[in-house]
Every structure is written in structure tokens, then in C-alpha cells.
Write a protein of this length. Structure first.
Length: 166
């Protein structure tokens, strides 16, 4: 089940994302670290009504943020659609113990359906260039790579920006 997150679930949410960060680091992917994603970022997401969780057997096993806000880092990207009715995906995670079960696909299908139902023209996101599994994941879903941005606090390597026109 995918539903809006509650403030009371913040520790359970952080347990999932910290497990993801550790798992990626173990695999040489320095995408998430002690600075990102932060507790404050998730609290802001919950307050904005943008953080959704994947619940499996009454336990939170994944996260996804559906936002209408375009981060400043995205300004230089030449998007396929105008910057006025776009849904941005952030902080997609599935606990490492549950990866490979189709949960990320399920959350992305949820996000894309949400975007269509709410008349967005596209779904936009970025993913770490070194995370080849994520790159393949989004490209297999039809997302078009449009350019790169950098988050120096996270890595010297770029993050690829993607868009799916609905």
C-alpha cells in the first residue's frame, strides 16, 4: 500500500533511507550520505503533503516524494515541456531487504498515475550517474536523459536529469 507519510513515522522512514545509503556505499555508490536525505528534508516533505511511503505488512519499506517544486539546480536543463505543470520525484527508496521485488516499479507507477490524474504534463527526476541500476531502471520506463547537474556535497560525479512526457 502506498499512502501519505505521517510525522510520527519519521524514525521508521529514516531507518529505511539509512539502510539504503549504507547499502549503496557498500556497493561503491556514494549517492546518499550522512547529509542526504536528512530528517529535516523528510519533515518538510511531510508538512508539504509530498512524502509517500510504501507499507508492506504494516511496516514502512519505501519512500517517494511527489513534488510540484522545481529545484534551482534544474534551471539549466533543457526540459522537453514547459516549466509549469511538472511533477518532480525525489528520495525514491526501497529497504535493501526488499529490493528486487518490484516495489520501486510499483511506486513509480503510482507517481506516474498520480501525475496523469492531476493533469501534469511530465514527470521529472534526477539520478546519480554512477548508480547504473537506477539509470537502467528509469530509461527502461521511458524516461529521456536531458542533461547533468551536480551536488558537490554528495559527489563529484554528475546526476542525470530525466523527463517522461505524459
Amino acid at each position: 500500500m502506498i499512502r501519505l507519510a505521517k510525522i510520527s513515522e519519521i524514525n521508521e522512514i529514516l531507518t529505511v533511507t539509512k539502510a539504503c545509503a549504507a547499502f549503496m556505499i557498500e556497493n561503491g555508490i556514494y549517492q546518499w550520505n550522512e547529509h542526504y536525505p536528512s530528517k529535516q528534508a523528510f519533515l518538510n516533505d511531510i508538512t508539504q503533503g509530498e512524502l509517500y511511503v510504501l507499507e508492506v505488512d504494516k511496516k514502512i519499506e519505501g519512500t517517494i516524494v511527489l513534488s510540484t517544486h522545481m529545484d534551482n539546480e534544474y534551471i539549466p536543463i533543457k526540459w522537453l515541456t514547459k516549466n509549469d505543470a511538472n511533477l518532480y520525484i525525489h528520495r525514491l527508496s526501497v529497504h535493501p531487504e526488499h529490493q528486487g521485488k518490484g516495489y520501486a516499479q510499483k511506486m513509480m507507477t503510482f507517481a506516474e498515475s498520480y501525475a496523469k490524474e492531476n493533469k501534469f504534463t511530465s514527470v521529472r527526476l534526477d539520478t546519480f550517474s554512477v548508480n547504473k541500476r537506477n539509470v537502467r531502471f528509469y530509461e527502461a520506463r521511458g524516461y529521456k536523459r536531458l542533461g547533468d547537474i551536480y551536488f558537490p556535497k554528495q559527489s563529484e560525479h554528475p546526476f542525470h536529469c530525466y523527463e517522461l512526457v505524459l
